[in-house]
Write a protein that binds this ligand. Structure first.
Ligand SMILES: [Zn+2]
Length: 754
């Protein structure tokens, strides 16, 4: 195992090469042309998601027909390179084609960049179909996302926004293009999937074989009997329009593409309870204190426009006048005092003309999408952020220096990147032809991770218009859902798709959905959004103001738990069942604790319902007895497992509200923590219960514990606590309650119950 790059490659006795990371295994087989024959995600289904090897062909000459391809591997510059050489073979007569191929697979933890080169030793005429990197996958990958081709993208923005949907197994394409699409993915929502994206040089696909539009066939299609999902990648197809090239293929052809490999973790680390703010007004110290006490862990300064003209102009330094800079420093200091991480907004796309770099840079750096090379402005007439640049230019180098200066000078804890996606640009100063910024985006994200470190925060904004797991693999949290943010109100949960497909997608980075900016009743929409997102394990963000109240209530409901220690199953998995259709349930769990999430997804209150949680399916024993405690400390009950899993627990819930119960095993003779205001760890040795916890300075906290008998003594750090004042004992429930305060955000509080 090469530790530094997290990749390991090994040949087996049959000449197959296995490339592994913590997340997946990919196998190349020399008997199948050296092509990829298997892709498995350890924390997905664990099965090979391919139905046949990933294949390529020129007419009847195929790579996977070659049963003696040569495979070699080498590690260079943090990349594991796998090289394949062979000859295409004719599928009919199995004769030599005299077409040599050389494939290069550059593996990283979250993707492989594939370069195919074909050498025609002598010219071959009459080839009507060329396929490159075609995929046939298992039918469980029954959903898709795809971005259309750039060829007819609409100026001024030429975004090529994604379409989402479900695949039907009737042989009819659910997505189809005649020119190279910017993106194609198939996936099993919340489980796993694979994606294809073209390399940066789009003209490999549009001009290399035939310099003519509309001659290819790019499809996502479900085929019946046996059911399978195909991603068809044919830059030249006789089926599209009967076009048959009269030219002879000779010399070299080259195609570059990426296969995104989701880094699906065993437990998605949902650590980021996130808010945003600007400078109208700056948050007060009191605002920040309230955020911290509710459980906010990271905030961002998002201030890229304000009609007054007083805002952080993208690319400018210093971003504010002296008063503004001093306010910014105050906010950073106060956040840090309360243990909140803080990151600034950066646009990977826009530069404001007020930036000193604008005048020198914009001619060369600009992204262009029309024939005239027009500057692209975002987004008049209502907003004036700046002008669009392309990372495949000196813009990238400027931005690297800029991000470093901002983060290091002001002591930010990481970054928030807007426009964390790739798209098309035709500026000939960047490349000989139509291109994307994908290579440069990857380099930029790797640079950023090095800059902020493993503990630093990288928040990426990637709405459902531009899904890409390859990019998402670099995120600690994914700001998303902006494609839905123009809704005036939330649709019913069951009508949530296609947006829910991005909420679950390939189960990589924690989701941080955007608010509904245009809702007439923002507070109501915010409760509604929270009530629905909590069932997907997603935690929306909000800005300052009354709309943040529901979000803070949501954070508070989970404040006591380190969710990175739990696995999660969303409401569609049926672990939690209820007697009322308005109430849905999801579950977080590990060996010690279950968190049952209940949410009322409708407007009406439900006065009485019952809920159950499937203990057996979670690996828990229904014949035991359990503590069931509200996640905010009330109520505290003990129930038989059979009540939880079969008979049901009675409850009530207001419209668009949610609650969380913590379930732990009841052991008559053993002390344990039932509730604490903040995250804690506990140990029980020789009858002494020891609890360690941290919290933001000044926050009042409560510890509730079960004990078979009344404690003799309770000690906090080294101080003996007074019974009746600092702690109380309830003999009937055998529950002790300790009240205390966190005096220093960084300092550990240790409570011992003797
Ligand atoms: Zn460009």
């Amino acid at each position: 195992m090469s530790k530094g790059i997290g990749l390991n490659a090994e040949f087996d006795e049959k000449g197959r090469l296995s490339v592994k990371t913590r997340f997946w295994e990919v196998i190349h087989d020399s008997k199948a042309g050296g092509c990829i024959t298997s892709i498995k995600f350890f924390h997905g289904s664990g099965r090979n998601v391919l139905r046949r090897p990933i294949y390529s062909y020129f007419g009847s000459f195929w790579d996977i027909s070659n049963d003696e391809a040569k495979i070699s591997q080498v590690e260079e510059d943090g990349v594991l390179k796998v090289k394949i050489t062979g000859k295409l073979r004719d599928v009919n007569g199995y004769t030599e084609s005299n077409v040599d191929y050389e494939y290069l697979y550059e593996y990283k933890e979250g993707h492989v960049k594939v370069t195919h080169r074909y050498f025609f030793r002598r010219g071959i005429a009459g080839i009507g179909d060329v396929g490159v990197g075609c995929v046939e996958a298992i039918p469980e990958l029954s959903c898709f996302a795809a971005r259309p081709s750039h060829i007819r993208a609409h100026p001024p923005h030429a975004t090529c926004a994604a379409v989402w949907g479900r695949i039907t197994f009737d042989g009819r394409p659910v997505f189809e293009e005649r020119n190279i699409p910017l993106y194609m993915a198939v996936f099993n929502p919340g489980v796993e999937g694979v994606e294809f994206l073209p390399g940066p040089d789009l003209e490999e696909w549009t001009k290399q074989l035939v310099d003519r539009r509309d001659v290819g066939r790019f499809q996502i299609v479900g085929e019946p009997g046996p059911d399978r999902v195909r991603i068809v990648v044919e830059p030249l197809s006789s089926k599209t329009n009967g076009y048959r090239s009269s030219r002879r293929f000779s010399g070299e052809y080259r195609f570059t593409f990426y296969i995104g490999l989701p880094k699906i973790p065993e437990r998605v680390p949902r650590r980021y309870m996130h808010l945003a703010f600007g400078n109208h007004p700056w948050p007060s110290d009191e605002d920040i204190r309230k955020w911290a006490y509710a459980g906010v862990t990271v905030v961002r300064l998002h201030n890229d426009y304000h009609p007054s003209g007083d805002f952080w102009h993208d690319g400018s330094w210093p971003p504010y006048d002296e008063r503004g800079m001093s306010e910014l420093r105050r906010v950073i200091d106060t956040c840090h005092r309360y243990g909140i991480k803080i990151v600034p907004y950066f646009s990977l796309y826009e530069i404001n003309p007020k930036s000193d770099a604008f005048a020198d840079g914009y001619i060369v750096w600009r992204r262009t999408v029309d024939e005239r090379g027009s500057l692209i402005e975002t987004y008049p007439p209502n907003h004036y952020y700046g002008f669009g640049m392309c990372l495949k230019s000196g813009w990238k180098d400027f931005l690297k220096g800029y991000v470093k200066k901002v983060v290091e000078t002001l002591g930010f804890d990481g970054v928030y990147y807007d426009y964390a996606h790739y798209w098309f640009c035709n500026n000939r100063l960047h490349s000989r032809g139509d291109h994307t910024n994908i290579d440069d985006l990857i380099e930029f994200l790797e640079y950023t991770r090095d800059l902020v470190g493993e503990d630093g925060v990288v928040l990426l904004h990637q709405s459902g218009w531009f899904p890409c797991v390859l990019v998402e693999n670099y995120a600690d949290g994914l700001i998303m859902f902006e494609d839905a943010s123009s809704w005036r109100e939330m649709p019913p949960l069951e009508k949530f798709p296609p947006n829910t497909l991005h909420l679950r997608f390939m189960n990589v980075a924690p989701r941080i959905p955007c608010p509904l900016y245009n809702a007439p009743d923002g507070v109501k929409a915010s409760w509604d959004l929270c009530a629905k997102c909590v069932l997907f394990g997603a935690f929306p963000w909000q800005g300052l103001g009354p709309e943040s109240e529901p979000v803070l209530a949501l954070f508070e409901a989970f404040r006591a738990f380190d969710l990175s220690r739990f696995r999660f199953e969303d409401y569609t998995r049926g672990y939690v069942k209820t007697s009322d259709t308005a109430i849905k349930g999801a579950v977080y769990f590990n060996d010690e604790r279950i968190l049952t999430v209940l949410s009322n997804v409708e407007d009406r209150a439900v006065e009485r319902f019952t809920w159950t949680v499937d203990l057996k399916r979670l690996g828990w024993d229904p014949s035991r007895r359990y503590h069931v405690v509200g996640s905010l400390g009330e109520p505290i009950t003990t129930l038989d497992g059979v009540d939880l899993s079969d008979r049901g627990v009675e409850d009530s819930l207001e419209g668009h509200r949610f609650k969380v119960y913590s379930i732990t095993e009841y052991r008559r003779d053993r002390r344990c923590v039932l509730y604490n205001t903040r995250v804690w760890t506990e140990s029980y040795v020789d009858g002494v219960l020891t609890v360690e916890t941290r919290g933001p300075v000044g926050q009042r906290a409560v510890l509730k514990f079960y004990s078979p008998e009344k404690p003799r003594r309770i000690v906090l750090n080294s101080k003996v606590l007074r019974e009746g004042k600092d702690w109380t004992w309830d003999e009937s429930s055998r529950v002790g309650t300790v009240s205390y305060e966190y005096v220093d955000t960084r300092e550990k509080v240790v409570i011992r119950v003797f």
